[in-house]
Ligand binder design. Structure first.
Ligand SMILES: NC(=O)C1=CN([C@@H]2O[C@H](COP(=O)(O)OP(=O)(O)OC[C@H]3O[C@@H](n4cnc5c(N)ncnc54)[C@H](O)[C@@H]3O)[C@@H](O)[C@H]2O)[C@H](O)CC1
Ligand SMILES: [K+]
Length: 493
């Protein structure tokens, strides 16, 4: 499985299709035949015992792929129940349906209820979905989900927006999704992640020439990609080489957040970590983590010496929105030091009409914070996480890490990245503080802001998965990430 994967939108997939047909001379029906054959191969590989196969076909070419698979499964000795939502509308799909019938296959038009089968193939809608499935389409999707048998979705689970990850209405919950030719970016973020199951890509034997002129719309990052950003350390090293992170936060009663941030920065390899916080938290932080040089800062005047010694700021954990937080926030950003802004640092930023951030800043909003920064509704953010992350990056000229299922990392002039790691156990207080410290540590070790954001988000999510594997997702605590964070931050050791 490659460490990174180029991801495309539906329009890109169509362009690649067209190039294959028009430039490389691969007939459209040949592509459909290859798609159906690839799906039949995967089905036999994943479910060799399945004998009764249900195939639900839509009116487009996704349905066409389904007719091809149905014919191959029938020829392969399976009992195939093919249910059509509507008659095929495209030339290729009609040809595939005709070959299915010519081979003796029967087509039932869906009205209500489904036959008993061992497995369903979802060939209703692929990249041609235009709206939330309604009427018979919705009923058929719900009936497939209610059948409680494995589901193989062709190209995309029907009902999922393959470009954005949005699920506007009913959608198939697939066990496996087989993507054809181009991996669709929407299948790796947001609500789609509850529908795709295992995602498999089959290039249908198209040569790289088919992709020429169609750049990726995003890039999927898997944990194996960490190697490129976390080289083995030179033997002749000193702590100055690994930067100095200053964690700023912890207003009255909020000391835990900045402590989590500081420990994460240490575990992700920062050379030095200082903490600027309120007096009441200093003793507790020093007792728990003496390596974090913790100072009590009551007003911005005491803050300057700390700011001068730091190379990178981690600004926001427990900062609060009061006068104390505001004074440190303005002093920190006026210092011109690259900063990772999280939590209240983002909420303070959202309140400013204009604010020029220092070069090298990274914003780490969750969807709610992103909505405030964009003055949009939270639902709008989740409808198109790529658009939201890119709009924020353009608005502030900074790198943006849009947290959530399938974290998206965007920056001006960069192809956005999607993190292929993380789990719902990480949806708990304090996980964001650990991410902030992790990204700050990588910035301090010399990675560019975009690389530090990608590597930090990937390292954080992979650490969360490792911790969940050890003890489950429910009850996963931010501090459970520290040991795997350190282990994964050393992929070469
Ligand atoms: N390069 C590739 O990715 C290949 C793609 N193939 C398959 O082709 C489909 C795309 O086919 P297309 O005909 O464009 O669209 P769909 O089959 O996905 O369905 C669109 C079809 O359904 C109607 N429709 C859309 N939304 C709804 C709705 N909510 N309710 C009812 N009807 C709806 C729409 O009007 C169209 O008629 C791709 O996904 C692959 O599976 C090739 O076969 C292989 C190469
Ligand atoms: K489908």
């Amino acid at each position: 499985m490659p460490a990174t994967l180029p991801l495309y939108r539906a329009q890109d997939a169509r362009a690649i299709d067209r190039r294959a047909i028009e430039r490389l001379g691969v007939p459209a029906f040949e592509l459909m035949s290859r798609a159906g054959a690839a799906a039949w191969r995967l089905l036999r590989e994943r479910w060799p015992q399945a004998r009764r196969i249900g195939v639900a076909c839509g009116p487009g070419n996704n349905g066409g792929d389904g007719y091809v698979l149905a014919r191959l499964a029938r020829e392969g000795g399976c009992r195939v129940e093919l249910v059509a939502l509507q008659p095929p509308r495209t030339a290729e799909a009609r040809q595939a349906a005709a070959e299915w019938q010519a081979a003796g296959g029967r087509t039932q038009v869906f009205e209500a209820g489904l036959p008993e089968v061992d497995l369903w193939v979802d060939a209703l809608f692929g990249i041609g979905l235009t709206r939330a499935p309604e009427g018979a389409a919705r009923e058929l999707i719900e009936a497939i989900n209610a059948a409680a048998v494995p589901v193989l979705a062709l190209d995309t689970p029907s009902g999922v927006d393959a470009d954005r990850g949005h699920v506007p209405g009913a959608a198939v919950r697939a066990t496996s999704t087989l993507c054809f030719i181009a991996a669709k970016r929407g299948l790796h973020t947001g609500a789609a992640l509850d529908h795709v199951g295992e995602v498999v890509l089959d290039p249908l034997a198209l040569p790289p020439a088919a992709f020429e002129g169609t750049p990726p719309a995003a890039r999927l990052l898997r944990p194996a990609a960490l190697q490129r950003w976390l080289p083995r350390r030179a033997r002749d090293s000193h702590k100055g080489r690994y930067g100095h992170v200053l964690c700023v936060g912890g207003d009255l009663g909020l000391g835990g957040a900045v402590r989590l941030c500081a420990e994460a920065a240490l575990r992700a390899g920062a050379g030095l970590v200082s903490v600027a916080t309120r007096a009441e938290h200093v003793a507790a932080i020093l007792a728990a983590r003496p390596e974090a040089m913790t100072r009590s800062i009551e007003d911005a005047g005491d803050f300057t010496p700390l700011l001068e010694r730091a190379s990178v700021l981690a600004l926001g954990p427990g900062l609060g929105l009061g006068d104390w937080g505001w004074s440190l926030w303005t002093a920190a950003l006026r210092s011109g030091k690259p900063a990772v802004l999280d939590a209240d640092a983002l909420n303070l930023l959202a309140g400013q009409q204009t604010w020029a951030l220092p070069a090298g800043c990274v914003l780490t909003p969750h969807p709610g914070e992103a909505a405030r920064l964009l003055d949009a509704a939270p639902g709008e953010i989740q409808r198109d996480r790529f658009a939201a992350a890119e709009a924020l990056a353009a608005q502030y000229g900074a790198v943006v890490v849009l947290k959530g299922a399938g974290t998206v990392v965007a920056a001006p002039e960069e192809v956005p990245c999607v993190i292929a790691a993380g789990n719902p156990g990480m949806a708990s207080g304090g996980m964001g503080d650990v991410l902030t410290g992790t990204i700050a540590a990588l910035l301090a070790q010399g990675l560019s802001a975009f690389d530090a954001a990608c590597a930090g988000a990937l390292l954080h999510a992979a650490a969360g998965d490792a911790a969940a594997r050890e003890g489950g997702e429910r009850g996963l605590l931010p501090s459970d990430l520290f040991a795997p964070l350190r282990r994964l931050a050393n992929p070469h050791d």
